[in-house]
Write a protein that binds this ligand. Structure first.
Ligand code: ADP
Ligand code: ZN
Length: 735
């Protein structure tokens, strides 16, 4: 994955009047554009500047000296330098590196860095009010008196604060202002104290403290990748918290990448307990103001710890000292759209460019990471035991071929017995089914018609909670029709197969006395809903959680002792490169939710294929044997991590143009020793969001720079404007 790295250059170039400089704009264009520094202005490499571009005024970053390709007379001057710190050279190198690796333009990557354009403008001063000796003729109502009483302590307050603290309306404050009894002053917002490394942590076990010692040393030791490999509940989080404390002690910033924000609720409260203050958060749910503030605070080095989704990797840290990627094996770190990148891999690159330490934590490390441990690029730290003597749960297989199941019933008798018994013991259960909605397919009993998305090669999924049919690929949604849209037969539509909503229906009918809650991305719509779910479960307000993968990971529920996997076979059907690995990881994670404290956990896995290697590895508890077998299979097939893949997805609204373009690309495909191009072929998802899709897959040996090869390939082939080629280096999605 990682090739050569340039060393970080600490020199900061300065440019003065009449210097010609290159400015990179956050646009998916070819590269940087030349501008002139006007008289009276100095800019540095990395300065954020405003320039005119066509008729627009845009913000960009000074990337270095100008190319000199354009006549000086034709160059436009820079309009202004933004009042923010320069983009550090390591961030600029990172942009160039990611662009080269992902075969996108540097501008497209810079756009991910400049994700809060408001932050480049000067912050608005905060206006607050203080009291001044009131003119004698002032009329004092009781509301006005309350405001003056609040202000008597001398602290300036905003209107909103006065409204809250004095219990008055805003016009009261404005009246006092007009009457000359209060005055407006500009204040700076006080930064609350940040995370404190001196807060005491827990007493670590022997193994935990060995790992923590290693990581603490690593923090000051330059670039290095440590894989924190420990069973769920072994204390990985507590251990990397020690590395965070050490980094803070060194006065440096920390970035923690988490795969899902829903996972954040418990994580955030643990962080707060450990360090006495919350970290900054960075994810797509932030509003504009939060983005602006956080981006700026990170750039100015005022935020010391950021926890975020993959996009947080592109924040302009001036002083980053440690990156932690928790659940490093998670697919959620891979972005498929736009600049397709894997945040875990790019985090390793960022750490290398910054000569800092990075921790990859997982109970089920990815095969890529295992391979890097084997070839000694990464070091492995093991935590083989659950903390506090909690034992690893027992895993039993329920062979569905033997179980007699009646129609519309998805729970085998053994599963039902276990649920009853668990509730009787005062414990909680999790029923896991990784399928949102009510049923994955709806068909007409009269004519056999299946309800399909008009824009995609996909069935519509019934969501009974919403009374709608939805496409899980493009978001298309319609009310459930009363009659078959094909033959018109009334009340003929039948649901096929279970989703969690249907499972909940069966559960409710079978166990009317048990309290359950449904946890899917449809019900857990944000951090607040996730926090409320956690609260209800911890308060024992539910006996059973019925959920998708959204509750499979990261959570720690002390009373949860039974995990029931309703259909272990779901992920194995697709047959893509990582189907087995991914299914194993998911089932292992979900099993890890059971029995995390004193009460022993039990896992029941319903399957039709008990002899499948994934199911056997799971019940045998031999993770390393499974990884070794997977690794061997990949080696034999010459697949990653033993080779490199680059996917090209050609798409457009006209099917024959798409096909012709894909064939044209194939005709000029790169050739060479061990280099192969698979396809062109229609994508399995051959129609998506109203676009037809064809795929090609470039496969090269490890020692070939596949990105450069793909860039050259694409550059050598002119395609019509109506088709788009999406490049995906190290693809995870083959649809
Ligand atoms: P992992 O990240 O490996 O799943 P966690 O760090 O979440 O494990 O630890 C699991 C639980 O055990 C958490 O509630 C954590 O606070 C607790 N724990 C782990 N190590 C210790 C320790 N040394 N002292 C006290 N509690 C611990
Ligand atoms: Zn669709």
């Amino acid at each position: 994955m990682i090739e050569k790295f340039k060393s970080v250059s600490p020199v900061q170039r300065l440019y003065g009047p009449d210097d010609r400089i290159a400015v990179l704009l956050p646009l998916p264009l070819a590269g940087a554009y030349d501008y002139l520094v006007p008289s009276g202005m100095t800019v540095a490499a990395g300065s954020f500047v405003a320039v005119s571009f066509g008729r627009r005024e845009l913000f960009g970053v000074v990337w270095g000296s100008g190319s000199g390709d354009v006549d000086a007379q034709k160059l436009k001057p820079i309009l202004q330098v933004c009042p923010v710190p320069v983009l550090p050279s390591v961030s600029r190198e990172f942009v160039d590196w990611v662009a080269a690796y992902t075969v996108h333009s540097a501008g497209a990557v810079l756009r991910m860095v400049m994700s809060a354009p408001d932050a480049l403008k000067p912050p608005k001063p905060r206006v607050a009010y203080t009291s001044v000796p009131a003119p004698p003729e002032i009329r004092l109502t009781s509301a006005r008196e309350r405001v003056l009483e609040v202000l008597a302590d001398g602290t300036p307050r905003s209107i909103a604060e006065l409204v809250r603290d004095a219990g008055v309306g805003a016009p009261v404050v404005k009246g006092l202002l007009q009457a000359g009894a209060v005055q407006a002053v500009e204040t700076v917002i006080e930064q609350p104290p940040g995370p404190d490394w001196q807060c005491p942590g827990p007493v670590l076990s022997r193994e935990q403290s060995d790992a923590a010692d290693y990581l603490r040393k690593a923090v000051t030791g330059g670039f290095g990748v440590a894989v924190l490999d420990g069973v769920p509940g072994s204390g990985k989080t507590e251990v990397y918290f020690e590395a965070i404390a050490e980094t803070l002690k060194q006065g440096q910033q920390v970035l923690v990448l988490l795969p899902e924000i829903a996972l954040g609720a418990q994580w955030l409260s643990r962080f707060q307990v450990r360090f006495g203050a919350p970290p900054a958060q960075w994810h797509s749910d932030l509003n504009r103001v939060q983005r602006r503030r956080t981006w700026r605070a990170v750039a100015e080095g005022r935020e010391s710890v950021v926890v975020g989704a993959r996009s947080a990797l592109f924040l302009p840290f001036p002083n980053l000292g440690l990156i932690v990627v928790d659940e490093e094996h998670e697919m959620a770190f891979k972005q498929d759209d736009g600049v397709a990148y894997h945040a875990r891999d790019m985090a390793v690159v960022r750490a290398n460019l910054g000569a800092i330490s990075i921790v990859l934590a997982s109970a089920t490390p990815s095969l890529e990471t295992v391979a890097n441990v084997r070839n000694r690029r990464y070091s492995r730290l093991k935590l083989p035991k659950r903390h506090g003597g909690a034992t690893v749960p027992s895993i039993a297989i329920v062979d569905l071929r033997a179980a007699v199941s009646s129609r519309g019933s998805w729970l085998a008798p053994e599963m039902c017995d276990a649920l009853t018994q668990t509730a009787a013991e005062g414990s909680q259960s999790l029923l896991f089914l990784n399928r949102r909605g009510y049923a994955p397919l709806t068909l007409c009993r009269a004519c056999g018609h299946r309800l399909r998305c008009p824009s995609c090669t996909a069935w519509l999924v019934e969501h009974r909670l919403l009374s709608r049919l939805q496409c899980h690929h493009c978001g298309y949604s319609v009310p459930v029709p009363k009659a078959c849209p094909e033959c018109g037969a009334a009340d003929s539509l039948a649901a096929c197969g279970p989703g969690v909503e249907r499972l909940a229906e069966e559960f409710e009918a079978t166990f009317p006395e048990l309290r359950y809650t449904l946890a899917t991305s449809d019900t857990l719509t944000g951090p607040r809903a996730a926090a409320e779910l956690v609260r209800r479960i911890e308060a024992h307000e539910v006996d059973v959680i019925i959920g998708t993968q959204i509750v499979a990971k990261g959570y720690h529920f002390p009373l949860l002792t039974l995990v029931g996997v309703v259909d272990a076979d779901i992920g194995l059907a697709g047959g893509d490169l990582r189907a087995a690995e991914r299914t194993y990881q998911l089932l292992y994670q979900v099993a890890g939710r059971a029995g995390r404290e004193q009460r022993r956990g039990k896992v029941l896995v319903q399957t039709h294929i008990p002899d499948h290697p994934v199911i056997k590895a799971l019940s045998g508890g031999d993770r390393n044997a499974f990884l070794a077998a997977e690794d061997e299979a990949r080696r034999e097939a010459g697949m990653p991590p033993f080779s490199r893949l680059v996917a090209l997805i050609v798409s457009g609204s006209d099917e024959s143009t798409v096909e012709a373009s894909a064939r044209k690309l194939a005709r000029v495909a790169p050739a060479g020793d061990g280099i192969r191009v698979l396809g062109p072929a229609p994508a399995p998802m051959s129609f998506l969001r109203r676009r037809h899709r064809w795929r090609l897959l470039l496969k090269t040996p490890k020692n070939v720079n596949a990105s450069a090869l793909a860039r050259k390939w694409l550059g050598s082939c002119r395609l019509v404007n109506s088709v788009r080629v999406q490049i995906d280096v190290d693809p995870y999605n083959f649809l």
